[in-house]
Design a protein around this ligand. Structure first.
Ligand code: FES
Length: 67
């Protein structure tokens, strides 16, 4: 059995895609349930379901640097 580390991939003009076995917590230390093995975390700051991405970045025209 191989154990692969969790990965975080910044999606161009979009969220951070988190894959693998991770745990997510609020700043108060409360666990945030993950719905899937791959989660999209908002980095535009506009999602209504933070910390998860709800797709609002597209309508807002969010752009990442370096592109
Ligand atoms: S990155 Fe998708 S809503 Fe913020």
């Amino acid at each position: 059995m191989s154990i692969r580390p969790a990965t975080i991939t910044p999606y161009p003009d979009g969220p951070l895609l988190v894959r693998g076995d991770v745990e997510l917590f609020t700043v108060e230390g409360e666990p945030i349930p993950l719905r899937r093995r791959t989660s999209a975390l908002c980095r535009c700051g506009l999602s209504a379901i933070k910390p998860f991405c709800d797709g609002t970045h597209k309508a807002a025209g969010f752009r990442t640097e370096g592109r």
